[in-house]
Design a protein around this ligand. Structure first.
Ligand SMILES: [Fe+2]
Ligand SMILES: [Fe+2]
Length: 244
């Protein structure tokens, strides 16, 4: 567990799994003697929010929901958006490049190669649809909801929309994409002939495992933090409007 007074350098040396979080907060290394709190302040990051996200990320048993409930929805949305950017610009292209290299020198049949690359391409397509739906519809709606809830008099058109739409509609069809990515690891470990290049095969499998873990954390943040908070805010806003 990391705390605000810890040296940031020490926190990272002891918990290297934190590294993928830094680009999401735009925090760059070169920490010197700075504590976690000093680094957050220097990068204009809310320290409490960073600590909650980092500790949730480190602890598989962590159940989000309680501790993150006092942060603005805006900060949660911003974090989720930069996580999407990390997946699209860094994690998926890196994974794709490793898979291609593995296939290139594998000696697999053309049919087997197509099976793996087809699987990954389909996954990527589904993933992009998932993310673009969230970024174009769901997250802007949440930001508007939070904006309306702060206003003295909320917009009647928005309240009408709220009576016909709830985030629960999104929640019901929110896919857990990480499980289908796990099937790719299963395909490699269980069904394909062995790969000659141990190291590259291990890099692909551990890269996939890390990505799956990251996606689980991300989807938990959406399902267990974001959706309950948004549902609560929707109900509050309707109640407030009805009693005015
Ligand atoms: Fe997402
Ligand atoms: Fe999602």
């Amino acid at each position: 567990m990391i705390t605000r007074d810890m040296s940031m350098c020490q926190a990272v040396l002891e918990n290297h799994q934190l590294l993928p979080l830094f680009p999401r907060f735009n925090i760059k290394t070169g920490f010197g003697e700075m504590s976690v709190e000093q680094v957050c302040k220097t990068h204009r990051v809310n320290t409490d929010f960073f600590l909650e996200i980092a500790n949730a990320y480190l602890d598989d048993e962590y159940v989000p929901g309680k501790d993150l409930s006092h942060f603005s929805l805006g900060s949660v949305v911003q974090y989720l958006t930069s996580t999407h950017t990390y997946y699209v610009q860094i994690a998926l292209p890196r994974m794709e490049e490793k898979i291609h290299r593995l296939l290139e020198y594998s000696g697999l049949s053309a049919k087997e190669v197509n099976l793996v690359s087809g699987f990954f391409n389909d996954y990527k397509k589904d993933f992009m649809v998932h993310i673009s739906e969230e970024e174009q519809e769901v997250l802007p709606y949440i930001l508007e909801l939070e904006k309306q809830s702060i206003k003295e008099d909320s917009d009647p058109d928005f309240i009408d929309r709220l009576r016909n739409y709830s985030i629960r509609e999104f929640a019901l069809k929110h896919d857990r994409l990480e499980y289908s990515l796990e099937n790719l690891s299963r395909l490699i470990i269980k069904y394909l002939p062995p790969f000659e290049d141990f190291d590259l095969c291990n890099q692909v499998l551990s890269g996939l495992a890390n990505l799956v873990k990251d996606l689980v954390d991300h989807a938990n943040m959406e399902d267990k933090v974001l959706i309950p908070r948004v549902t609560e805010l929707e109900q509050q806003l309707i109640r407030k409007h009805d009693t005015q």
